[in-house]
Design a protein around this ligand. Sequence first.
Ligand SMILES: Nc1nc2c(c(=O)[nH]1)N[C@H]1C(S)=C(S)[C@@H](COP(=O)(O)OP(=O)(O)OC[C@H]3O[C@@H](n4cnc5c(=O)[nH]c(N)nc54)[C@H](O)[C@@H]3O)O[C@H]1N2
Ligand SMILES: Nc1nc2c(c(=O)[nH]1)N[C@H]1C(S)=C(S)[C@@H](COP(=O)(O)OP(=O)(O)OC[C@H]3O[C@@H](n4cnc5c(=O)[nH]c(N)nc54)[C@H](O)[C@@H]3O)O[C@H]1N2
Ligand code: SF4
Ligand SMILES: [Mo]
Length: 720
Amino acid sequence: MQRDNTAVKKIQNVIHPDENLVSTHCCYCGMQCGMKLRVNTKTNKIIGVEPRYDWPVTLGKMCPKGVTAYQTVNHPDRLLTPLIREDASLKGTKEGFRPATWEEAYDLIARRWRQLQLQYGNSSIGVFSGVSMTTEKCYLTGKFARVALQTRYIDYNGRFCMSSAAAGMIRSFGIDRGSTLPWTDLHETDCLFIAGSNTAECHPTSMFRIWEVQERGGYLIVADPRETPIARRADLHLDLRPGTDLALANCMVNLLIEYGYANQQFIEQHTNGFAETLEVVKQFTPEYTSEITGVAPEKLVRAAHLYGKAPNAIVMFARGIEQQHKGADNVSGYMNMALVTGKIGRPKAGVATFTGQANGQGGREHGQKCDQLPGYRKIDNPAHVEAVAKVWGIEPSEMPGVGVSAYEMFDKMKEKTIRSLYLLCSNPAVSAPNLNHVRSALKGLDFMVCADFFLSESAEFADVVLPTTTWSEDEGTVTNLEGRIIKINKAQEPLGEAKPDWKIQIELAERLGRGQYFTHLKTPRDINNEFREATKGGYADYTGATWEKIEQNNGVFWPCRSEEDQGTPHMFLDKKFNYPDGKAKICALPYRPPAEEPCEQYPLRLTTGRVVYHYLSGSQTRRTPFLKAMCPEPYVEVHPETAAQYGIAHDEQVRLFTRRGEMAVKVKVIEAIRKDTVFVPYHFGHNDSINLLTIPALDPMSRMPEFKACAAQIQKIKSS
Ligand SMILES: Nc1nc2c(c(=O)[nH]1)N[C@H]1C(S)=C(S)[C@@H](COP(=O)(O)OP(=O)(O)OC[C@H]3O[C@@H](n4cnc5c(=O)[nH]c(N)nc54)[C@H](O)[C@@H]3O)O[C@H]1N2
Ligand SMILES: Nc1nc2c(c(=O)[nH]1)N[C@H]1C(S)=C(S)[C@@H](COP(=O)(O)OP(=O)(O)OC[C@H]3O[C@@H](n4cnc5c(=O)[nH]c(N)nc54)[C@H](O)[C@@H]3O)O[C@H]1N2
Ligand code: SF4
Ligand SMILES: [Mo]
């Protein structure tokens, strides 16, 4: 059976009396499913959601998080006024705050920041942000750090999310657009090779296209230590040990060459590095690779034939391979499969990462990284600095230098180089690795400001909490996992006294005496106009992606370099990669094991990730009644044989620990995991955070922490 997955459905939404429908997109993952928010015209409040059948990527489909997202907007936990901490001894708890006016909050922040900067220098203030925000806000946050605060210390939660994909793509292709093709190609390909993605739970609205590949007679290969829902239906499940992907990728490339699937003409004309890579991969025979990965040699052979024979194939991956201290190498390693076979640079064939957060793509391109300026420019490149300084109206010499990556910012706080933190759109007291260190760094700050719409676990460490808007109380653009720039629309006025992050930053800049660089920006559209100018001529060029074009064309794919340019759905159709000689890089990548291997004391491999019902640190989804009821607490997945070995039973509370920390957690006995591996979802706060145990081993290229592999031990809790 073949479904028609390209046609835009003609189903009409029912409009109820006294209601308006506002077309927009979900606030959660990078799929950015189209949705229509139902707004009561009497109260002007959001009261529900309808599918958006005419959105070509997702055709009206949504997941459990998407259909309940609207419930966060008018939630009773929303912060309605600024809060000022009265009792410093209660830092790290919900207590000790009093409501305040914006004037009081701004005055206090401006006074404390000025004091600290006079005493310790401009870079004593750090900015830590996130990419659930529109690109307009992400862009302004980078400008706010460099121009209003004049600090070098800014980084963001994408460092825990997309940085390895970005580093790998830049190395292999010279440019980082997460997908080389639109999602509307997926169901038409002949083979999908998907590594380290729990797609059915994390990007569920991709699944109807993936199942169709199989229904059309194509093949699905999944590499994951767990038998996830997508792995269960795959033609081939490569059940590897956590942290061993590079061996698997090298083996695939070796076998593709050995079995004659290499495209010599493509390799010669469009790539560099083949000979060096051949030298490295040839030792990765199925037998040798099986020893490292634990995957049966026959499966490796079959995978190479399925991918190699397919006329068109797409290699896809997500955090399973990227959140390793060799994440960037894993990315380039798997991308070698496409480059060696030439299955790239045409429709239905290519490479794609499952981008994580709503604006995981747009937010990683325009200056929230410690070494980056808008348009994916580099802060250590004088020509790039000059271009952006001109748009911002500052002297190039005023541009602060390169800072440090997200996790390393906590080291800087610990050593008192960073004395104050402006945290927005992230909850690192749950989501950063090695939480004992991170929480103590937050606690030791002289002064912390947190902007959020809920009192998150991280906000509990703040001295001032600023109430911000949710996604549906403001407008702007985000870039979805395809690289398609789309429009988010406003459906209701901000609740209480909440303000959008961009407005907060402009008002703070004015109080810091830097208003001249910001006051001309009165609306998100003004910010978008300046932002597009700042990207002109950059790698990620958004110049021609006007809001009008976005609305007219169901989004615009970057690069989009001018008014006339209609954007770039397919990358590299001309086989020109973003290197001076136009050639992509096939990368020679020697294997290295995870930073921490199991030993007698810590014999298990711990990996972490997600469930369909929760989003990231859970600050939003744990407040959503249906989602909380479906998954109220963390658990550790343990194979039945391993559970028997430890004498532990389903639902029993055990002590799980690593060299860095421990937690008490319920056991979920499950066959769908390797015997040497345990898995814990990370969506829970305080003592329920698995990140108390994770290892902060950072990838040398991407500075991504190794969330996906460390050594752990389980202990029965003795009944008293
Ligand atoms: N429901 C839900 N959906 C989400 C999110 C959410 O929090 N909840 N978050 C969004 C965001 S920001 C992101 S980044 C994405 C993440 O999307 P995914 O990357 O798909 O999610 P994870 O659960 O982190 O990890 C994916 C898989 O990697 C596997 N894995 C673990 N270790 C390894 C390994 O060493 N090698 C390989 N090959 N696989 C391994 C895990 O078993 C898991 O099934 O999801 C987005 N969508
Ligand atoms: N162990 C383990 N840890 C991980 C991962 C893993 O797989 N395993 N995955 C990592 C990944 S991929 C990611 S993306 C990170 C994400 O982790 P976080 O960065 O902590 O992401 P969120 O939980 O979305 O936190 C966002 C916070 O900002 C608020 N917020 C949402 N929108 C806005 C806005 O527009 N403005 C402001 N000011 N606030 C807003 C929300 O209420 C929430 O409190 O976690 C990482 N941590
Ligand atoms: S798949 Fe992602 S974007 Fe779509 S509804 Fe679910 S969380 Fe929202
Ligand atoms: Mo993410």
